[in-house]
Design a protein. Structure first.
Length: 329
């Protein structure tokens, strides 16, 4: 581990430490750095980047911006483990976590993210709204908009009826949805409830833990980051497999329980995306992506079904898990 001390520790009332796990984050990481530098926040804040082996100059870019950079070996990276390590390096009141490709959309991103915790000490975690990158396809842009529009109905969640919570899987999924692509928590909460040392869904496991411990979780609609990915059919299969496998293992959910459910879901997604393409003219402006979405409509529920299976041959798991492949790089 090596470290550059280009910024001082911040501390005191309402101080913030912004923690970023980084590995080959360009080109988006350049925009992240630029937007962090112009945040309009009324307290002191610092930026800590934990770089796990960048070869594209991301670490040097962060140093040039005046951020604190800590370098670790790539084999030591873990989604929960590395975030906990970064948090341990600071003394700030609030810990913010953001990924190297989540770009704050404006100068108020940080202030809006921290505000709910300053107003209500019972809130243990806050996450930002996501919008698509400027070069994203319209399908991805629409999906993100719809997802976070639905979450706007739940600006603050708290378990007030444990019987209902335990009985309602859909409600539990809303209560533990959380994204540390852009999120924040008070240091005192992290000290009691650090991230679990897992390779997938560390943020949602953490959120489940804090709401079940009696805390509140908030969604800061006006704190906005640009963060999106556009995957092809096979990548969609891999992502869906990893998501389903993690949800089965960590939460006991089966996102797809039968071949019949796969067919039903595929038919729904295909009908939905064809309708979107026709109504909005995307079949003309984005013909390749429109065709790709028809195949993704099949591979998404198929990945959910395969990931929910109790047993699969090892060779299938190795090829289907994108997360396992990324960790092997």
């Amino acid at each position: 581990m090596t470290e550059s001390n280009l910024s001082q520790f911040v501390s005191g009332p309402n101080s913030v430490s912004i923690n970023i796990p980084v590995k080959n984050g360009l080109p988006h990481f350049k925009d992240v750095c630029e937007m962090l530098a112009v945040q309009d926040y009324d307290g002191p804040f610092e930026v800590i980047c934990v770089d796990s082996g960048s070869t594209d100059g991301s670490d040097s870019l962060a140093e040039a911006q005046g951020f604190r950079v800590v370098r670790i070996d790539g084999k030591d990276f873990g989604h929960g483990k590395t975030r906990n390590y970064s948090a341990s390096l600071s003394k700030a009141d609030y810990l913010v976590f953001i990924t190297h490709d989540a770009i704050p959309n404006d100068a108020r991103w940080l202030s809006e993210l921290i505000a709910p915790m300053r107003e209500d000490t019972r809130i243990a975690g806050v996450f930002s709204r996501h919008i698509a990158h400027g070069d994203a396809d319209p399908f991805v842009e629409w999906e993100l908009e719809q997802h976070f529009k639905g979450l706007a109905d739940f600006p603050v969640v708290e378990i007030t009826n444990r019987t209902e919570y335990d009985a309602n899987q859909g409600l539990r999924q809303i209560f533990h949805f959380y994204s540390d692509n852009a999120s924040a928590m008070p240091r005192r909460i992290w000290e009691q409830h650090p991230y679990p040392d897992v390779q997938f869904a560390e943020d949602q496991i953490w959120a489940k833990e804090i709401v079940e411990a009696g805390y509140r979780k908030a969604f800061a609609f006006d704190s906005v980051v640009r963060h999106s990915h556009s995957f092809g059919p096979f990548e969609t299969l891999q992502r869906s497999f990893d998501e389903s496998r993690a949800f089965r293992k960590l939460f006991g959910y089966r996102l797809s329980g039968s071949p019949a459910h796969v067919l039903k879901s595929a038919a729904y997604l295909m009908k939905r995306d064809i309708g979107l393409a026709l109504r909005n003219g995307w079949w003309r402006t984005h013909p390749s992506k429109t065709c790709s979405r028809l195949f993704e409509a099949i591979t998404r529920p198929l990945g959910h079904y395969l990931g929910a299976r109790d047993r699969l041959p090892d060779f299938m798991t190795r090829h289907l898990s994108r997360d396992d492949w990324i960790r092997s790089l």
